[in-house]
Design a protein around this ligand. Sequence first.
Ligand code: DX5
Ligand code: ZN
Length: 230
Amino acid sequence: MSNSRLQILREATPAVLPSMLLCDFGNLEREIRRLEAAGAKALHLDVMDGQFVPNLTYGMPIVAACRQLSELPLDVHLMIRDPGNYAQQFAEAGADLLTFHVEAVEQPAELIEAIKSFGIGAGIALNPATPLGAVENYAGQCDAVLVMSVNAGFGGQAFDPVALEKLRTLRSRHSDLLLEVDGGINTETIGACREAGADLFVVGSGIFRKDDYASALSDLQTAMQRPHST
Ligand code: DX5
Ligand code: ZN
């Protein structure tokens, strides 16, 4: 079941993934229905623990609620210390792709294998200041690499172009890897990310600060085809 949703996500690329960080949690079902109607192909869920990042969001219950409300693939981005302690619970809550930060773990290879053993996809993320070398040895083992284009922790920050070089290098070395970019993605920055090789584009404020999610998504899809927009 989970594996088939990961396959659906692969087949949907290039795709814009709404980051639920800025959604109206008092109306979660309505938000999800609006995103589905707008053509969203998956949902991106930002889990923060107030330790790995200086912000606190939500955990397994919200992932489980999204799973109950929607058949869309769930892309869960863990910004937490010791992600290995919770990986199985996130898998059971309904994550289809579970991504942890390389800065948060000592043995990434073991955690990647553990996540895959739960029958879901494994991703590894790196912050802008973390050199690509930190994930290079693990990229071939993962389903996805998430290249942060802002410091993990908050929505609404400005895009850091350091992500583009990382995307280009990863794409040149791994043709099948899902490449995800997260932070400050909008109609001005998405084209350069697509050109650099990204497949999945996480967008928070570029969708949730607009009234019309369908036009926000279609504007992003159009801008994705304009390589030199930054
Ligand atoms: C930041 C999160 C992002 C964030 C994106 O730590 O990982 O997913 O919500 O939001 P925007 O698009 O506003 O940068
Ligand atoms: Zn994220």
